[in-house]
Write a protein that binds this ligand. Structure first.
Ligand SMILES: Nc1nc2c(c(=O)[nH]1)N[C@H]1C(S)=C(S)[C@@H](COP(=O)(O)OP(=O)(O)OC[C@H]3O[C@@H](n4cnc5c(=O)[nH]c(N)nc54)[C@H](O)[C@@H]3O)O[C@H]1N2
Ligand SMILES: Nc1nc2c(c(=O)[nH]1)N[C@H]1C(S)=C(S)[C@@H](COP(=O)(O)OP(=O)(O)OC[C@H]3O[C@@H](n4cnc5c(=O)[nH]c(N)nc54)[C@H](O)[C@@H]3O)O[C@H]1N2
Ligand SMILES: [Mo]
Length: 836
């Protein structure tokens, strides 16, 4: 029964030696011979500048100080369409051109009328004046209040580049001055990364998964559960390689050849389902736990579950089984008929799914949207329980994964070291100017999705992952490398909260809504306007990519490094901040440390000058791996990081917290609002999902006019709606519509599509917020879904975002059509408020 990992690796070598790496270093030149060049390359292509991005590596032709053309890097076999938006991003009319200060703040500083925030009237100032104002505010906050009064909101999708990573610059720069309120978790996997360590012993969401080579050879059934990898693998956390698309090509073929069956569990026909021509299993939104419970119920009733696996590798099944059988708690048996009424999947089909999963080598692959909703911890926990009952965790091509749609997880790591980054912390021995650790009883760290609660309910105490958090009423906030007014739910609630802030600083290259709602706005330059380097491949460690500066910073923009040099100079910490090095010295030193480390590991890297000229170093493909194989091999030696060391179907720790919204084992819980007959659906019958955009990275590239023109409808963000729901409302494809609920209202363009079932609509996250005015409730003129979403924590456990729990109604818009206010920057005024 026991599976030996070593035995498996040997078998792999025999099976697919051609795909495995030869020992030693595959140097760039050899690699070039095995990878066909991009077909329409011009002769001088290799002399074009190289750079990296979330969207992939690219080469740029620059002449006359202008980026003329951008093409995918020659090793990228599956470049994203988004590259077509790059030039439009650099030269967008929404660039922040000059340091700007909000009119009323300019007049009255921190005593300004904060209800005017968002009216978009700004006064242009010099860099010296802007940095003086910024510095004086930091001084005032630390002297009048203390570290609890300052919030540094970072941790978003700042541009790639290890030297210029802007969040690091902000944290180190501000950190030299004083302490602040920090955040923990993120908007992506807030619920998953908290629940899974209790269940599987690691976050799972950011870990390398079973290699695609293994899955393609061993799996007979793959379930993409709430997952659209073909859409979401277009971008990566570091410079994306798009390597995993090759496996999707192979998977498509294997489906056609009937070697592998793929089912997409999703309310919507996803891009992945359509690309692969896979089976679609529609499921009502937010009801996956009910479906999984009924599958588990069938496994028990038909004796299809792996008792021996549960016995050997898990704890707590005996506490879960009575719930499943309706003998405890709600006293409801979780039969397929019970589930059908909730999730909409016919009972017989549920039984069929259970038999299919138990009868085949089954790989469950979850996406993340399903945990970005109320009780988002539950589907992840229940997924793990289901996988444990199937008994295939740790087998090649079996078990469960929560990361295969992200940053080319599944392409094994080369094992090479990647370059480090500009430090975000102070150096050892360095102290902030205000070395004050007195937070006056408030928590110094907030769960990230609760940062707005802190402003609206200051001083209140909330539960979080077994501890208590006292919300600090911070007075000043600094945002860099994130777009808070895109990523956080419920705009009108944010508007109310922002009125409590005395001072807001935003640093960005784009005039986002976060800038519009700030007081001091500082223009960063884009990643194309500075020199840097990046990891090529976030998990595959495929290589190191040079990021050549293409053009000088446009307008009055500066690199984040230069911005914080200027700030730290104001309190005599510039030399400590920079360690006395300039941009290129930093880039070279990050490269050289990486080179030294790799030399010790047996990976050769050329001297810096050669690397900079060639533009890249590539490493060979890594060895395939199987997630949890070591644990399966020997559960004692390779115990999981859970309290028991085993998979926890029942968690005594969570049970002891006593949270009614996250109990000791996974359970089905009704949501505060839910479509398809759930609460609130009589007033607002449509579930709005705000998934990740196909042609943007969140709000990035929304400003790119050529790209936006490919999907906008009447200049607005599309709202996807089923033909039935559209017809019932007299809406036709291309109509301007108003989408609304009690939380807000927006204009969007109707995109009628049969990919959507009745009761489900979609507005992709990241559409730029553009209200008609600063007042609460104002109509959003472009279509930011977070105008409508709900800002509550997933549960007391994770306190993560619940953006995908959201009901709306839609109607044809017939009134006078307001212009879109989202793009094009501020209204520049003089100090008297006269428009310039
Ligand atoms: N409704 C809904 N909301 C969601 C989600 C959802 O699914 N539904 N998803 C959530 C998720 S998973 C995430 S990760 C978040 C993403 O939220 P964010 O990470 O905040 O989103 P981005 O739009 O990528 O914002 C990055 C900002 O950094 C700026 N920037 C880029 N490079 C630089 C630089 O070099 N210097 C400076 N100073 N600024 C720079 C960009 O211009 C942009 O404004 O959104 C969350 N919000
Ligand atoms: N193109 C592109 N790719 C990206 C990003 C981007 O902005 N653009 N962002 C990156 C980031 S930061 C992140 S966090 C990831 C996000 O990765 P995810 O959160 O996994 O992605 P989403 O696109 O929001 O949703 C994936 C699928 O979940 C389905 N879904 C939603 N709710 C439910 C439900 O209740 N039940 C079921 N069964 N299915 C449901 C949706 O219909 C969709 O097909 O993507 C990354 N990749
Ligand atoms: Mo994310």
């Amino acid at each position: 029964m026991k599976y030996s990992r070593r035995g498996f690796l040997k078998a792999m070598t025999l099976l697919s030696s051609s795909t495995l790496a030869a020992p030693g270093l595959l140097v760039a030149r050899e690699m070039a011979q095995t990878v066909p060049p991009v077909p329409d390359m011009s002769d001088d292509f290799h002399s074009w500048k190289v750079t990296g991005s979330h969207f992939g590596a690219m080469r740029a032709r620059v002449s006359g100080d202008r980026v003329q053309e951008i093409r995918p890097f020659e090793f990228d076999k599956h470049p994203t369409e988004m590259l077509k938006g790059m030039i439009g991003m650099i030269y967008s009319p929404s660039r922040v051109r000059y340091p700007m200060v909000r009119l009323d703040w300019y007049r009255k500083r921190h005593l300004s009328d904060t209800s005017q925030r968002g009216d978009n009237r700004f006064v242009r100032v010099s860099w010296d004046e802007a940095l003086d104002l910024f510095y004086e505010e930091l001084e005032r906050i630390q002297q009048e209040y203390g570290p609890w009064a300052l919030h540094t909101g970072g941790g978003g999708w700042r541009s790639v580049g290890q030297m210029h990573s802007c969040v690091n610059h902000m944290l180190r720069g501000i950190g030299m001055h004083g302490r602040a309120v920090a955040t923990v978790g993120d908007y992506s996997t807030g619920a998953g990364q908290v629940i899974l360590p209790y269940v599987l012993g690691s976050t799972e969401v950011y870990t390398q998964g079973t290699s695609w080579d293994v899955i393609l050879n061993e799996s007979k059934l793959i379930i993409f559960w709430a997952n659209d990898p073909v859409k979401n693998l277009q971008v990566g956390w570091n410079t994306e390689t798009h390597e995993t698309y090759t496996y999707f090509e192979q998977l498509k073929q294997k489906i056609a050849d009937k070697q592998i069956r793929v089912i997409c569990m999703d309310p919507v026909k996803s891009k992945t389902q359509k690309y692969l021509d896979a089976e679609h299993q529609p499921v009502n939104p937010m009801t996956d736990v009910a479906l999984m419970l009924a599958i588990a119920h069938t496994l028990v009733k038909e004796s299809l579950y792996d008792e021996q696996f549960l016995e050997t590798y898990t704890v707590g099944f005996e506490r879960f089984l009575p719930y499943l059988e309706g003998k405890t708690e709600d006293m409801v048996e979780k039969t397929p008929e019970w589930a059908e009424a909730i999730c909409g999947v016919p009972a017989d089909r549920i039984r069929e799914l259970a038999r299919l999963m138990a009868g085949n080598r089954t790989q469950l692959i979850f996406g993340w949207a399903v945990q970005r909703q109320q009780h988002g911890e539950q589907p992840y926990w229940m997924g793990a329980v289901l996988a444990a009952m199937l008994g295939q965790i740790g087998l090649p091509g079996g078990g469960i994964s929560y990361s295969h749609h992200y940053s080319s997880v599944g392409e094994p790591s080369s094992g090479a070291a990647m370059p480090g980054s500009f430090p975000l912390n102070l150096d050892p021995g360095q102290k902030p100017k205000y070395d004050n650790t007195d937070y006056k009883g408030y928590s110094s760290v907030l769960p990230i999705a609760r940062v707005v609660d802190a402003l609206l309910e200051p001083g209140s105490v909330i539960d979080f992952n077994g501890s208590k958090v006292t919300l600090p009423p911070y007075k000043m906030a600094i945002f860099s490398g994130c777009n808070q007014w895109h990523r956080h739910p419920q705009r009108n609630r944010m508007k109310e909260a922002w009125q409590k802030l005395e001072t807001v600083v935003a640093i960005d290259y784009n005039w986002t809504a976060t800038c519009r709602f700030a007081d001091i706005v500082l223009p960063a330059c884009t990643t194309f306007e500075r020199n840097d380097l990046d990891a090529y491949g976030s998990y595959s460690n495929r290589g190191v990519i040079a990021m050549h500066k293409l053009i000088d910073p446009l307008f009055n923009s500066r690199s984040d490094f230069d911005i914080f040099r200027g700030l730290t100079r104001r309190f005599d910490r510039e030399a400590e901040y920079t360690r006395g090095m300039n941009e290129m010295q930093w880039v070279e030193s990050l490269y050289e440390s990486c080179r030294q480390e790799n030399n010790q590991k047996g990976f050769d890297m050329p001297p810096f000058a050669d690397f900079w000229k060639t533009g890249y170093v590539l490493f060979p493909k890594g060895k395939p791996e199987v997630r949890h194989a070591g644990f399966r091999d020997d559960a004692e030696v390779n115990a999981l990081g859970t309290p028991s060391g085993f998979i926890e179907i029942f968690s005594r720790k969570i049970d002891r917290y006593g949270y009614e919204d996250c109990k000791g084992h996974p359970v089905w819980m009704e949501k505060t609002e839910r479509s398809h007959g759930g609460p609130g659906s009589d007033r607002y019958p449509l579930w709005m999902q705000s998934v990740h955009p196909d042609k943007r990275l969140h709000s990035q590239l929304c400003e790119s006019e050529p790209l936006r023109a490919t999907y906008a409808i009447q200049g607005r963000e599309p709202v996807f709606i089923s033909p039935q729901d559209a017809a019932a409302r007299g809406i036709r494809h291309g109509d301007l519509v108003r989408v609304f609920n009690d939380r807000g209202q927006l204009l969007a363009g109707a995109h009628v599509s049969a990919d959507f079932p009745s009761g489900v609509v979609r507005i992709q996250e990241g559409a730029w917020y553009g209200p008609t005015g600063p007042e609460i409730g104002a109509l959003d003129t472009y279509g930011d879904p977070n105008t409508l979403t709900l800002d509550v924590g997933t549960s007391r456990l994770a306190q993560a975002t619940s953006a995908n729990t959201c009901l709306v109604e839609i109607e044809r818009f017939t009134g006078p059509v307001p212009r879109v206010t989202s793009f094009g920057g501020p209204i520049e005024v003089d100090t008297q408020g006269r428009e310039i």
